[in-house]
Design a protein around this ligand. Structure first.
Ligand SMILES: [Zn+2]
Ligand SMILES: [Zn+2]
Ligand SMILES: [Zn+2]
Length: 156
């Protein structure tokens, strides 16, 4: 017996469990927001989450989506990160990763979260600063753009 949205290796179920274990309630708006993030399978802003919810639950307003996202972040089951220059998008906590954004073509590469572990450990050891490096993307050039620019700059 499998229903739509129950896939994703049970991420929805685990997130609901996590809310309960943090003493939170699973309200209809919370469930709608989490489901929208799971179903999107990509990088969604608060406004895009709102648009997805509109079809099924037109009574949930954008302000409710903002408040709900904030509450879910406080419960530790959702986390926002920034792609490129500031745009906030939402991931379920268990899916959070580091983003690499190409400043030339806009390509987004998903990298494992532990990629910045050493940097985080160094900052903690040397400066006593606890970093969440994945909160912002790392900006640079993807392989294709680097090669294109490098080739253009090198006379053959
Ligand atoms: Zn991502
Ligand atoms: Zn932020
Ligand atoms: Zn590129």
């Amino acid at each position: 017996m499998s229903s739509k949205g129950a896939g994703q290796n049970g991420v929805l179920e685990r997130t609901i469990e996590a809310i309960h274990s943090h003493g939170g309630r699973v309200t209809p708006s919370r469930l709608a927001v989490i489901t929208a993030i799971v179903d999107s399978e990509s990088h969604v802003s608060a406004e895009e989450i709102f648009e997805r919810i509109q079809a099924g639950s037109p009574d949930i307003h954008l302000s409710t989506v903002y408040r709900t996202l904030e509450a879910l972040e406080k419960l530790g089951v959702v986390e926002h990160v920034h792609l490129g220059h500031g745009r906030a998008i939402y991931h379920l906590e268990e899916n959070v990763h580091q983003h690499l954004v190409c400043e030339s073509c806009g390509k987004i590469i998903e990298a494992p979260r532990d990629l910045t572990e050493r940097l985080e450990m160094e900052l903690e050891a040397r400066l006593g600063f606890y970093t969440r490096a994945h909160h912002f993307s790392i900006i640079g050039l993807c392989r294709d753009c680097y090669r294109r620019q490098h080739r253009a700059a090198t006379p053959s």
